[in-house]
Design a protein around this ligand. Structure first.
Ligand SMILES: Cc1cc2nc3c(=O)[nH]c(=O)nc-3n(C[C@H](O)[C@H](O)[C@H](O)COP(=O)(O)OP(=O)(O)OC[C@H]3O[C@@H](n4cnc5c(N)ncnc54)[C@H](O)[C@@H]3O)c2cc1C
Length: 346
């Protein structure tokens, strides 16, 4: 945590406005994070990871996300394939990929958010001799051009009622075609693309996991209810910068942040998965998104015209807060976010 905070303050935050406008997060940033062991933060010790507990992972999220959103997001996506591989029954694949990912020699990415969209599968996997054939389009894949391997999710089975995750070498081929990097209001330097799959053959040796869609949805419902520590990191930075202009306003936001953070982490640590508990967590997540947007907006207001300059952190933090408002969004979170925003008018 101390090393993450030091790198956040000395390396990431001073360059954040420049990185925000760059085509890609600097390779040097990623090497520095890897050198500090942060790419193996939550990886299994059996494969070179640090197996950090949730409280440590949260503190690191807060430090990195509060310093540079784009670098944080590239870094955080890496942990999805690490987590998926750590739980994979495919020991051969685990032993092949995890040591490099945990050591930070290799960077990972993930493409799975499309599983949350209702309707026809965005990516369809069909069984063929020796493995799978995959067709369709993944709408969001971060770190393209930076990552070495991407964990991709596709729907399989009759009616798409199964989910399969597989490891994909992150390079364009005749069967895997990236769009140009998406031009986005925030997080442009994350090298996020759409990825089209056309008759891609995936060997069984590269399959990470298989489950029913219903089981995946049940796990995702729990996962997406959890607090996003990145949002608390962003709000802390906004309050810290605001303190230079209006100590009273900053203290009020910081008090709200500390209270919401304690409530969110405390409730999450109860580890319950019942409906009432998840609904309370989603409500807290919606409140934290609202807080991040307000904290960044307060910084804009207190800064004045200069806040609109692309070299100023206020506008970047506000755009990043907007990004977190839709990132890993689910139907309950969307509804809770809108309810929260609308209730403020009354
Ligand atoms: C810069 C950037 C980088 C990203 N990188 C990645 C990545 O690397 N990997 C990855 O997997 N994802 C990535 N995402 C996706 C991201 O995590 C979110 O899942 C996504 O932005 C949500 O929008 P969507 O277009 O996917 O889904 P949407 O279609 O907008 O749906 C979002 C959620 O709302 C629900 N919903 C849709 N319509 C309604 C409605 N009318 N009423 C109620 N609920 C509704 C959906 O069921 C879904 O759960 C990235 C997104 C951005 C912006």
């Amino acid at each position: 945590v101390a090393e993450a905070r030091r790198l956040a303050a000395e390396v990431l935050e001073p360059a954040a406005q420049e990185v925000d406008r760059a085509p890609a997060v600097p390779a040097g940033h990623l090497r520095t994070l890897a050198g500090a062991g942060l790419l193996g933060l939550a990886g299994p010790p059996s494969h070179g990871g640090h197996g950090a507990p949730a409280a440590v992972v949260r503190e690191v999220f807060e430090a990195l996300a509060g310093a540079c959103g784009a670098t944080f997001f590239v870094w955080v996506q890496h942990h999805a394939p690490v987590r998926l591989l750590a739980g994979s029954p495919n020991t051969g694949l685990r032993d092949r990929l995890l040591p490099g990912l945990c050591a930070g020699r290799d960077l990972g990415g993930v493409a799975f958010a499309h599983l949350r969209r209702p309707g026809a599968p965005a990516l369809q996997a069909r069984a063929v001799p020796g493995g799978l054939r995959v067709d369709g389009e993944a709408p969001w894949v971060t770190s393209w051009g930076l990552a070495d391997v991407v964990a991709v999710a596709a729907r399989a089975g009759a009616g798409g009622d199964q989910v399969v995750f597989f490891a994909l070498p992150a390079r364009a081929t005749a069967h895997v075609r990236p769009s140009p990097p998406l031009r986005l209001a925030a997080m442009s330097a994350t090298c996020t693309v759409r990825l089209a799959f056309d008759d891609l053959r995936v060997s069984e040796a590269d399959v990470i996991s298989e489950s029913s869609l219903a089981d995946w949805q049940a796990r995702d419902r729990v996962a997406t209810a959890q607090p996003n520590a990145a949002v608390f990191g962003l709000a802390a930075t906004a309050a810290r910068l605001l303190a230079e202009r209006d100590a009273g306003a900053a203290a009020a936001l910081e008090e709200e942040r500390a209270d919401l953070r304690a409530q969110s982490y405390g409730l999450a640590d109860e580890g319950r998965e019942d409906d009432a508990h998840l609904a309370r967590l989603v409500g807290l997540r919606a409140r934290s998104l609202d807080l991040a947007v307000r904290a960044a907006t307060a910084l804009v207001a207190a800064t004045g015209g200069r806040a609109m300059d692309l070299s100023h952190p206020a506008q970047r933090l506000l755009r990043e807060a907007a990004f977190y408002t839709i990132q890993a969004q689910t139907r309950p979170l969307r509804e809770a976010t809108l309810a929260r925003l609308v209730s403020r008018g009354s």
